[in-house]
Design a protein around this ligand. Structure first.
Ligand SMILES: NC(=O)c1ccc[n+]([C@@H]2O[C@H](COP(=O)([O-])OP(=O)(O)OC[C@H]3O[C@@H](n4cnc5c(N)ncnc54)[C@H](OP(=O)(O)O)[C@@H]3O)[C@@H](O)[C@H]2O)c1
Length: 274
């Protein structure tokens, strides 16, 4: 299979590139900046999703596109406009499958970025190429990054919001499965092995790193807070209510959903000190 991984140098994209190359696929890595190295004969193609530059040539002869780019500044242009440009270029090149990664609960929690992800999902579902969409929960590294940021002020957040963070390697493996399975529409949501409150995750991070020693209670109010506190960003544990299957235990058991945040953190820190 010939696969093009848009955002193939990002935190989940580069793991997908590794996984597909390991499975013997011919992989193209699409991003603006070339990585220092690519695995298993993968070839970098310079593309800019915000203009469409490079897309037509990069998608020539490709079977499946994995749409894994990201931007936190002006995400609308990259995620919605970029997916539309990738779909149009893919349709022109005869691509048979477009795989998008999205976020569990993006349509439940009224945060601007999640609104953009919901619109990106619609763009793909209404687009000209047969598709799959996999929603995943927050990656462990994103959660650790949040605590890094608050620890600069010496604090750790005490927030009663449940999250279900996941190792991006598990998401990457599921995306590679999806690419091989063919167009599957909205796939079962994928969440990490455990639901934990931000306050507890912060305690775990603080104990492991010795930083962010002062707990800071952050009162949350309003519509967004209610959606977050209700577990809006967590994957359902039973049959899903919203048209997708469940990423819960029935979907392979907790073991298939990778390490907990504490386990991931320990492994990450052990690797960092080597
Ligand atoms: N992070 C999480 O916790 C999480 C959880 C669930 C789902 N997701 C979803 O996963 C996807 C990837 O997120 P991530 O955190 O892995 O991203 P990331 O690490 O920030 O990587 C972003 C990737 O997009 C590329 N990119 C940025 N601007 C581009 C442009 N104009 N044209 C082409 N490529 C461009 C970057 O390469 P260049 O800068 O070199 O172009 C890079 O390869 C996003 O759709 C996100 O919503 C993330």
């Amino acid at each position: 299979m010939r696969a093009a991984v848009i955002g193939g140098t990002g935190s989940v994209g580069r793991l997908v590139v590794h996984e597909l190359a390991r499975r013997g696929d011919e992989v193209r890595v699409l991003s603006r900046t070339a990585p220092p190295a690519t695995p298993g004969g993968a070839v970098h193609h310079a593309v800019d999703l915000t203009t469409g530059d490079g897309l037509a040539a990069a998608l020539e002869g490709v079977d499946v596109v994995l749409d894994l780019a990201n931007a936190t500044k002006r995400p609308q242009e990259l995620l919605v406009g970029g997916s539309r440009r990738a779909l149009e270029a893919g349709a022109a090149a005869g691509v048979g499958h477009h795989v998008l990664v999205s976020i569990v609960g993006c349509d439940r929690v009224p945060i601007a970025y999640y609104g953009v992800k919901t619109e990106q999902e619609r763009t793909v579902a209404d687009g000209p190429v047969p598709w799959s969409i996999l929603r995943a929960t927050q990656f462990h590294g994103l959660v650790a990054g949040l605590f890094e940021a608050t620890a600069r002020f010496g604090v750790r957040p005490r927030v009663r919001v449940p999250l279900q963070p996941i190792d991006p390697a598990v998401v990457a493996a599921r995306l590679a499965d999806a690419a091989h399975a063919g167009p599957g529409g909205r796939l079962p949501d994928l969440g990490g092995p455990r639901r934990e409150r931000v306050a507890d995750l912060a305690d775990t991070w603080s104990t492991a790193t010795g930083r962010g020693r002062v707990p800071l209670r952050i009162p949350l109010a309003g519509r967004t807070a209610r959606a977050l506190k209700a577990g809006g960003l967590c994957a359902a544990e039973g049959p899903a209510q919203d048209g997708a299957g469940s990423g819960g235990p029935a979907d392979g058991g907790p073991g298939s959903r990778g390490p907990t945040f504490a386990e991931w953190l320990a492994a990450d820190r052990a690797e960092g000190s080597r």
